[in-house]
Structures are given as C-alpha cells and as structure tokens.
Design a protein around this ligand. Structure first.
Ligand SMILES: Nc1ncnc2c1ncn2[C@@H]1O[C@H](COP(=O)(O)OP(=O)(O)OP(=O)(O)O)[C@@H](O)[C@H]1O
Length: 464
C-alpha cells in the first residue's frame, strides 16, 4: 500500500472524481474511486479504508445509507462528505450521525487534502506501528500511562525508584491517576509477583481502617469471632497502597509510624509484633505539609513517608494527553457499552482540549463513557461530552463555570451549539498563542487552511 493510507473516493461526477483521484494519489495516498454506493461498499468489503471522501447524492443511494453501510462493514471510518451549497443541512446532519466533516462544493482540493491528512494521520508508517501498539497495549495495562512529556518523566522516576526500599508518596489532585501510578510502580518492581493491596483511608470509618489494615485477633472486639489478617500482613513481599493518607486519625497515624519506622505491625487485640515486609506507597490530594503545620498530621510520620515524593500533574498541565486518552476511552467503551466502534468527532476533541478537567482523568473517562452510552451517531460530539455546558462556554470552561453552566437554550440546533463551542475555543487558543495562526492550528490539530476557513465561516477576525 502507498505511504499515507487508503482513501475511498465516492463521486459520480466524472471530472471531480478524476481530479480527486489524481491529486490524492499525488499526495501519497492509495486511492480507489467508486462512482456508486454499490461499488463503494464492494471496495470496503475488500479493504477497510483509512478515510472515505463521499458525495451526498449518488445514482443508487444517498450519503446517509452509504455511511451506515460503510460503518456496518468497517467500523467508524473517518468520512468526509462533499455537498452542494443547498445540501449543507443534510451534511450537518451526517456529521451529527458520525461523519467526520464536510466540504461545500465548490471547494479547493487543498482543503480536502488537509482534512484527509488529519483524518489519516498515523495510517502510514503508523499503520504497522499502530497495529503493533494495539497488540502490545492489550498486554500492557500501563500503555496509556506516560503519554505526555510530564507523565513520561513521572513514569521514568517511578521506574528508577521501583526497587529502592523506601516508602513512596504520590501527590496530585483527585483523579489524576495516583493509583494507576502506584500499580505501575508495583508492576515494575521486583515485588510484582506478590500482591498489590489498596486501602482508601477516606472511604472507611477509622475502626474499620484499623482492622482492615492490621487485622485482629479472635475476640478483639464484639463480632471478632475469628482471627483475621490485615492487608499490611497479607501484602507479604508485595505493595501496600494507602490512598487518602491525610484522612487517617491520630491513633492510626501512630500505628502507621510504627509500620514505617519499626517495620512491624500489631493486630487489633494482639500482643505480639509481626514483621511488615511490604513496600508502602501512600497517596494524598491534600497539602500534607500544611496539615503538618496546622497540627492535623504528625510531623514524624510526614518525614518518614515523604522520602520519595512523586507528583502526578493534573490533566490541564498535560493537554497533549487529552486527545489520546479520549480516543482510548472511546475505543474501549464503544464495544463494551454499545457493541460497536464509537469514534470521537473533531469538535468533541477540540472542546475537550479547551476544558479544565477539574476531576482530571477520572472525569474524562466518566464523561466519555456517558457520551458513548448516550450518543446518537457513530461518534461522540462536543455536546455528548458536555451536555451540561452553555454554548460558547466550553472553551473557557473553568471548572465551576462548567459545573454550574445552565443547559443550552433548547431552541438551538446541535450545529449551532457546536459552532459556538468551536468559535469560543478557536478564540481562546488564538488569545493564548497571541494570535499565532501556525501555533493555533497546531494546537487545534488542524491545518492552517482549515483554521482560516473556520475563522472565516465563524466570523473570527484577528486584529493586526
Ligand atoms: N494514564 C491513565 N490511563 C488510563 N486510565 C487512567 C490513567 N490515569 C487515570 N486513569 C483512570 O482514571 C481513574 C482515576 O485514576 P486513579 O484512581 O488512579 O486516580 P487517583 O489520583 O488515585 O484518584 P483519587 O485521588 O480520587 O483516589 C481510574 O479509572 C483510572 O483507571
């Protein structure tokens, strides 16, 4: 196959079809030109295209039925429609149903080349690598840990300290992936074959944390009819992960200090110390140093657990991860929740990049799952991801604004909501880059031509 991937052009107009075929081939794609829906579906049956460039009106059917046919055979292949001026409403409807984009005739072929370039990015050399990555991802639960320079550095730090026998403290906001990091640390260490046991100290009452962690002897308290080993003991040579360590009360802090300092534990109601042999990893979203200063957290314990501290950055500090995580979560949730592949529309990706993500990766995952479960087409769109957002508010969406934003005015169409979101996001990125068109286009993942075209269509001007 040619370098950039396989594009199926479906166009019954002899002149336009031939020009597209010729130009796209020159640009390095392998092109198949079909003049009818039947020919197109036959081509898809033989080989899954990396993108489809498709007229809306064809001699034996329309764009909608063709797209359904293609998706049924090959999954949500990026599909770009070509429409005459009067057909824009229909094109917008198709985008709502899962098409990637549309161009209005007459268009410049450069524009189409840009759009197809974005749609098939990674189909070339990436194709083999992509397949290999998917395969290896399946066996690597941490494939999506370290997708940006910031978390790649975190990952390397964890690898470096994996076998250093000291406690590790993971800090970072809620949902950033502290538990994922703890599991990675365990899996990378020589303790990997032993258990990884986790306790969320915030989720249990103090007496339950006590007995869950340290176990109890028979008769230690009412209801303790049998001796039970705690997680600190059953972790053996493995890893004990204490999440939300800042929530421990004073008596548990004292017991934990003993665990770290003396490397031993006492079962509730027990009289004999038991060696603690696991690696302790703690996590907190709180500012423990401030807690220490305030007297809410023991200083000696703080020094013991704070020897190797690794900060997991919030998602807004690693924006490069938003699109790949979005794609991964959608790819995983589609087959699981809907039994089909669900793609991510460009506007959803743009809106996600412009959002603050106060709940971090957990919020992203939850939003994608909800969007996948509820979306109407074969792709999730901005409005599926942010059903709670005001039109135009997505880009600037600071956490509280998004959380409290009123629902979009009911009279608006999805296209209007999407355009408002796109406009606000483009304006925000232009502001952030000081009106740098090249950089804005890069950040938005579109070509400069596409950016200009969108700015013209959405009435965005750049002063000076
Ligand atoms: N890099 C990642 N790749 C895939 N999923 C991730 C990643 N980081 C986090 N997640 C997912 O996001 C959710 C939250 O992650 P995790 O529980 O590790 O966060 P946390 O920082 O420990 O949160 P909390 O402080 O609230 O306990 C989980 O469902 C987790 O699987």
């Amino acid at each position: 196959m040619s370098g950039r991937g396989f594009i199926l052009v479906v166009e019954d107009d002899e002149i336009l079809g031939a020009s597209l075929e010729q130009r796209l081939a020159l640009e390095g794609w392998h092109v198949r030109w079909a003049k009818t829906c039947a020919e197109a579906l036959e081509a898809v049956g033989r080989q899954t295209p990396d993108a489809v460039m498709c007229d809306i009106r064809l001699p034996d059917g329309d764009g909608e039925s063709l797209m359904r046919g293609v998706f049924a055979r090959a999954g949500a292949v990026p599909t770009i429609f070509m429409t005459a001026y009067g057909g824009i409403d229909q094109a917008v409807r198709l985008v709502r149903m899962g098409a990637r984009d549309y161009v209005a005739k007459p268009f410049e072929i450069d524009e189409v080349v840009d759009k197809l370039g974005a749609a098939t990015a990674g189909a070339d050399a990436g194709e083999a690598a992509g397949a290999a990555r998917e395969e290896s991802d399946a066996g690597d639960p941490f494939a999506s840990f370290g997708l940006s320079p910031a978390t790649a550095a975190t990952r390397r730090t964890l690898e470096r300290v994996a076998d250093v026998d000291l406690p590790v403290l993971l800090t970072g906001e809620t949902g950033t992936g502290k538990e994922v990091a703890a599991r990675f640390l365990h899996a990378t260490s020589r303790r990997a074959a032993a258990p990884f046991l986790a306790v969320n100290c915030a989720a249990l009452a103090p007496e339950l944390v006590d007995s869950a962690l340290f176990g109890h002897e028979k008769g230690a308290f009412t209801g303790a009819s049998e001796r039970r080993l705690g997680l600190a003991e059953t972790a053996g040579e493995g890893t004990l992960f204490l999440d939300e360590i800042g929530e421990l009360d004073a008596s548990l802090q004292a017991k934990l200090l003993r665990l770290v300092q003396e490397r031993e534990l006492m079962r509730v109601g027990g009289t004999r110390p038991i060696p603690f042999t696991a690696r302790l990893v703690c996590a907190t979203h709180r500012d423990l140093e401030a807690e220490v200063a305030r007297g809410g957290f023991r200083e000696d314990l703080w020094y013991r657990i704070n020897v190797l501290t690794v900060r997991i950055p919030p998602l807004r500090e690693r924006p490069d991860e938003i699109a790949p995580l979005l794609a991964r979560f959608a790819a995983e949730a589609g087959p699981r929740l809907r039994g089909v592949r669900i793609a991510v529309a460009t506007d959803a990706e743009a809106a996600a990049r412009g959002y603050d993500w106060p709940g971090n990766v957990r919020e992203l995952k939850n939003r994608v799952e909800r969007a996948v479960a509820l979306c109407e087409g074969a792709a999730i769109e901005a409005a599926d991801l942010f059903p709670d957002a005001r039109p135009g508010s997505l880009a600037a969406a600071s956490a509280p604004a998004a959380a409290t934003a009123p629902a979009p005015a009911e009279g608006l169409t999805l296209a209007e909501v999407r355009e408002a979101a796109e406009k606000a996001h483009i304006e925000a990125v232009l502001r952030a880059t000081g009106n740098g068109i090249q950089e804005t286009a890069q950040r938005l993942g579109v070509s400069r031509t596409t950016l200009w075209e969108k700015m013209r269509r959405l009435g965005i001007s750049v002063d000076g």
